[in-house]
Design a protein around this ligand. Structure first.
Ligand SMILES: [Ca+2]
Length: 193
C-alpha cells in the first residue's frame, strides 16, 4: 500500500514538472537576471546615458498601457544618442537570452538593441569590451512606427575570458526627431540551460 502511494506521488511530481514550462527550462524556470524588468519602479536599477549637451529629460515613463502591466519607459527626442542598460554579472561559458517588448513612433530615429560585455574599471581604462572572441550581438535595427507592442529576442555566449565582468543588455536610440519615441517593456534576461 505504501509503495503504491509513493509511486503515485512521484508520478504527480514528474507531471507537475513537465507541464507549463518550455522544454529548455524544465526542472526550474530560469530566473530573470534584470531588476525592475517591468518598469513598475520606472528607471530604478537601470543606467541611463546620453552625451553631454543633450537634455536627459528625454528619458520618460508611461503609466497607462505597458506591455505587461501599466508601466513602461520610453526615450524621446534624442537627436544624437542615448541608451538604457543594466549590468549583469557574467558567468564564463554561459549562454544568455534577452527577450523584450518594444513599441515605436519614430519619423527619423532608429533604435539598436544589443548584448555587450563590460570589464572592471580597475582592469582597463574603459568599461566596454569587445574582441574577436568576445563579440557583441545586436538585434536588427528598429525604426518607423508600430501599432502595438512587438517582441524581440537575441542571445549571446560569454567566452572564457577572465576580463569580462558583466554582460549588458542595452537599448539605444539615435538621430531622433523631437517627437520620436521608442518604448521598452517586459524585459527578460536569463541563462539558457
Ligand atoms: Ca511594464
Amino acid at each position: 500500500m505504501y509503495a503504491h502511494r509513493t509511486v503515485f506521488l512521484v508520478v504527480c511530481l514528474l507531471l507537475s514538472m513537465s507541464f507549463g514550462v518550455p522544454a529548455e527550462e524544465q526542472g526550474g524556470v530560469a530566473p530573470n537576471l534584470v531588476v525592475n524588468p517591468t518598469f513598475k519602479d520606472f528607471y530604478t536599477s537601470w543606467h541611463r546615458w546620453a552625451p553631454s549637451g543633450v537634455p536627459a529629460d528625454g528619458f520618460k515613463a508611461d503609466n497607462r498601457a505597458g506591455a505587461d502591466d501599466n508601466f513602461s519607459v520610453y526615450m524621446q527626442g534624442f537627436d544624437k544618442s542615448a541608451c538604457l542598460y543594466q549590468r549583469v554579472e557574467a558567468t564564463p561559458g554561459a549562454k544568455y537570452r534577452l527577450r523584450f517588448k518594444y513599441r515605436t513612433a519614430m519619423k527619423e530615429g532608429t533604435a539598436q538593441v544589443s548584448l555587450r560585455f563590460q570589464v572592471d574599471k580597475e582592469i582597463l581604462p574603459q568599461l566596454w569590451y569587445q574582441t574577436d572572441e568576445a563579440k557583441w550581438t545586436q538585434a536588427p535595427i528598429i525604426k518607423g512606427q508600430t501599432d502595438k507592442w512587438e517582441s524581440c529576442e537575441l542571445e549571446i555566449k560569454v567566452p572564457e575570458d577572465k576580463k569580462i565582468k558583466y554582460v549588458v543588455p542595452m537599448f539605444a536610440v539615435g538621430k531622433q526627431a523631437p517627437d520620436d519615441k521608442f518604448y521598452v517593456d517586459a524585459v527578460e534576461f536569463y541563462v539558457i540551460k
